[in-house]
Ligand binder design. Structure first.
Ligand code: GLY
Length: 330
C-alpha cells in the first residue's frame, strides 16, 4: 500500500488519482494510500460509499460519475478501487464508462477480490432483477495485492475467499489443491494468492470475453448463485459456491464423469475450511435460478463438470437435463 505510487508510475502517468472505497475499508487503509500517493506527487480525491452489496447500484454509480465530473477528472487521470469485490466492480464500471473510459487500478483488500474479482476486468453493477446485470469487460492497469489487508478480515469473509481458492485447485492445479488440503486456513498466503492470480490471468489472456475457457471459472457458481438468491443473499457467495462445487461434483459422479473419491476429497477439504458441501434448497429452486444464469445460451446451460482434481470440462447441457443433474447432486 505504501508503495502504490511507485507501482502506478510504472503503468501510467496521471496527475490526479481518485480513490474510490467503502465505509469499512477507507477508515483502515484510505489515509495510508492517500499519503503514499501524495508523496509520489499525485493530487488525490476520495469518494467513499456505504459498504455492502446494496450499494452496488445505479444510484452509487451515478454519484461516482457526478463526483468525477465535479472534480474535472480527465482521461489522463486515474481511478483507484480500494476494497473488496463491490468496490472493484463499481469502480471498474465507472472507469469503463466515464468519458468513454479512463484508466483504473485495483487494490483488493479481501481474499476473494485478490484471487478472483480484481483480476480479469469484469466490472458491473446490480439491477433489481439480479446481480451484475450491467457491466463491461474493462481491464485495470495493474492489480496491487497487499497481503497485510487480509489481517483485518473477519474469519467469515476470509473463508468466503477460500471457496474461490479451492475452486482454482479443483479447476487447474492438484499441487495447489494438495497444499490447501494439507494446511487448511493456514495455507501460505503468498504462494496461494500468487498462484491463483497467475492461473486466472492465464485464462483471461486466452478468453477475455468469457466465450470459452473463462467459463470454467464458473465452477460451482450456477448452483451457487441459486443458493445465494434463494436465501436472499443471507448465504454468502463463498458458502454458496462451496456447496455448488460439491453438488455439481456429486452430480458429475452420478453421470459417470467423475470418481466418487474426488467428491469425498473435495468435501473433506471444504469441511476443513468450515465451508458447506450441501444445501437444503430443492432442485426446483436451484433449477429456477439456473435458467437465469449468464452462461446460458439459448436452450442450453454450460455446466462446469469436474472429472478429477485439476481437470474440469465445460458441458453444454440442454435445459431439460439440468434439473435431473442438479437433483443427482443433492
Ligand atoms: N469471476 C469469474 C471471472 O472473472 O470470469
Amino acid at each position: 500500500m505504501e508503495n502504490a505510487g511507485t507501482y502506478i508510475a510504472r503503468v501510467c502517468n496521471p496527475s490526479t488519482c481518485v480513490i474510490i472505497s467503502d465505509s469499512n475499508v477507507f477508515p483502515l487503509y484510505g489515509n495510508i494510500l492517500a499519503d503514499a500517493l501524495k508523496s509520489s506527487g499525485y493530487q488525490v480525491y476520495t469518494f467513499v460509499f456505504s459498504a455492502g452489496e446494496t450499494s452496488k447500484n445505479a444510484k452509487t454509480y451515478i454519484e461516482i460519475l457526478e463526483f468525477l465530473a465535479s472534480k474535472k477528472i480527465t482521461r489522463s487521470d486515474l481511478l483507484i478501487a480500494l476494497g473488496g469485490g463491490v468496490v472493484g466492480d463499481i469502480t471498474g464500471f465507472a472507469a469503463a464508462t466515464y468519458l468513454r473510459g479512463i484508466p483504473y487500478v485495483q487494490i483488493p483488500t479481501t481474499l476473494l477480490a485478490m484471487v478472483d474479482s480484481s483480476v480479469g476486468g469484469k466490472t458491473a453493477i446490480d439491477l433489481q432483477a439480479g446481480k451484475n446485470l450491467v457491466g463491461a469487460f474493462y481491464q485495470p492497469k495493474v492489480v496491487l495485492c497487499d497481503l497485510r489487508a487480509l489481517d483485518s478480515l473477519s474469519p467469515a469473509v476470509f473463508q468466503d475467499g477460500c471457496a474461490e481458492v479451492i475452486k482454482y485447485g479443483m479447476l487447474y492445479d492438484p499441487i495447489l489443491f494438495d497444499h490447501l488440503a494439507e494446511h487448511n486456513v493456514n495455507f501460505s498466503r503468498e504462494y496461494v494468492i500468487a498462484r491463483c492470480v497467475e492461473l486466472k490471468a492465464d485464462v483471461v489472456c486466452h478468453d477475455e470475453f468469457d466465450r470459452g475457457e473463462r467459463q470454467k471459472l464458473n465452477l460451482g457458481h450456477t448452483i451457487g448463485h441459486g443458493i445465494e438468491s434463494a436465501s436472499s443473499y443471507r448465504i454468502s457467495h463463498g458458502q454458496a459456491v462451496a456447496a455448488g462445487m460439491a453438488i455439481i461434483t456429486k452430480a458429475a459422479c452420478s453421470i459417470g464423469e467423475c470418481d466418487f473419491t474426488v467428491y469425498q476429497l473435495l468435501c473433506r477439504v471444504l469441511e476443513h475450511f468450515c465451508l458447506p458441501c450441501s444445501t437444503d434448497y430443492s432442485s426446483d429452486t436451484l433449477f429456477e435460478s439456473a435458467l437465469s444464469d449468464k452462461k446460458r445460451s439459448g436452450k442450453t446451460v454450460n455446466l462446469i463438470i469436474p472429472r478429477e482434481v485439476g481437470n474440469c470440462i465445460i458441458m453444454p447441457t440442454p435445459i431439460n437435463r439440468v434439473h435431473s443433474i442438479i437433483e443427482a447432486g443433492l
